[in-house]
Design a protein around this ligand. Structure first.
Ligand code: PMP
Ligand code: GLN
Length: 375
């Protein structure tokens, strides 16, 4: 019998495959299509001929851990111990999986806020624990009334994602105050904060769990170099957690992958000395504005986008179809692949919205907009 009977193939695989089959422009799965910084590929080319190809230490390459600690201090004024509090993971996905496996027991509950990224549920089910999926408000802010209503002594974890995939919404100061109040009411509650888009925010600076000392002792933050350096295929990220939680997470990590590929750890460690991560927000803000401007000429209605490289659009003015049907027609008849938003809900809420990834070169975005004009 299947251990995950209602988990299918992820929508990202399904839509990217359809995009290839239909020879469509792929704005579905979130990955950039422009070249990686030559400074980074030059580092890799140089390292490739050196003696860097054996196992990295289990927690990560020490100079990389050191640099992440410095980056965390520079970005968020938080001091973390590179030896004890940081773990290099095979993408944020492995960090999330290892964290959930390490900390959640059978019959405990985990709060997830829908629409939610799709890698949270399966590891919870594999723990024989219960995902409690609460929809965000219509403007995609957390519904604190509902969250407070469902939280109880069995709630082990709340998973937050800020900036938010798929909606591009970011958390405000008042959301963090609500989260701290919730934590005060439930001393055993742990926060798993998925911040893979931390450096991709626009008008407002990113507020991180790292800014909230009250939560440090009970929170895990997850970051992804895939997002920050346009290298999603490298599958490398990291987790920061207080030592007592990290000790448990490392126990799972060591038998899941043991350690992450060595050459990318060494390359990123060198690259961190020369790259300006703080320019990423501006880079993607220009892409967002460029894409939104192009889409103004279409019948799609654009929702606000405060961070990430995703733009949500409503097609309610165009069609009455459910979003999966509409998305499939969009790729087969119009040659543009997108992601239906209902897929990110437990109870498939059909808001007639789809998600586009705008991490693409300008000519791809222009061509996609021309096709969408025909809708
Ligand atoms: N969390 C969110 C919100 C994401 O969008 C993604 C996709 N990149 C991940 C986690 C997984 O990141 P990674 O590719 O580093 O595993
Ligand atoms: N995070 C990417 C997205 O939201 C997908 C990553 C994946 O394909 N697993 O599109």
């Amino acid at each position: 019998m299947s251990k995950l009977p209602h988990i299918g193939t992820t929508i990202f695989t399904v839509m990217s495959q359809m995009a290839t089959e239909c020879n469509a422009i792929n704005l579905s799965q979130g990955f950039p299509n422009f070249p990686v910084d030559k400074q980074l590929t030059d580092i890799v080319a140089r390292l490739a001929t050196q003696n860097v190809h054996q196992y990295a230490p289990m927690s990560g390459y020490p100079p990389l851990l050191e640099k992440i600690s410095n980056l965390t201090q520079q970005s968020y004024q938080r001091v973390v111990n590179p030896k004890e509090d940081i773990l290099i993971t095979a993408g944020a996905t492995e960090g999330i999986f290892a964290t959930i496996q390490a900390l959640v027991n059978a019959n405990e509950e985990v709060i997830i806020l829908d629409p939610s990224y799709d890698c949270y549920e399966a590891p919870i089910l594999l723990c024989n624990a219960k995902p409690i999926r609460i929809s965000l408000n219509d403007d995609y802010t957390p519904n604190w009334e509902k969250i407070n209503e469902v939280a109880n002594e069995k709630t082990k974890l709340i998973i937050t994602n800020n900036p938010h995939n798929p909606t591009g919404k970011t958390w405000t100061e008042s959301d963090f105050i609500q989260l701290e109040k919730l934590a005060d009411s439930f001393p055993n509650l742990i926060v798993l904060s998925d911040e893979v888009y931390e450096y991709i925010t626009f008008e407002q600076p990113h507020i991180s769990i790292h800014h909230r000392p009250k939560l440090w002792n009970r929170s895990i933050t997850v970051s992804s170099f895939g997002k920050s350096f346009h290298i999603t295929g490298w599958k490398i990220g990291y987790v920061i957690a207080p030592e007592h939680l990290m000790k448990e997470i490392k126990k799972v990590h060591q038998f899941l992958v043991f350690s992450v590929n060595s050459i990318s750890q060494i390359a990123i460690s060198e690259y961190l000395d020369i790259v300006d991560v703080y320019s990423l927000g501006n880079f993607y803000q220009q892409k967002r504005d460029f894409f939104r401007n192009l889409l103004k000429e279409t019948k799609l209605q654009l929702l606000p986008c405060e961070g990430t490289y995703f733009q949500v659009a409503s097609y309610a003015g165009i069609s009455n179809e459910d979003d999966l049907t509409f998305t499939k027609r969009l790729v087969t008849e119009f040659g543009v692949a997108a992601i239906p938003i209902s897929i990110f809900y437990a109870n498939e809420k059909d808001a007639k919205c789809i998600r586009f990834c705008f991490a693409k070169d300008d000519s791809t975005l222009i061509e996609a907009a021309e096709r969408l004009m025909k809708l």
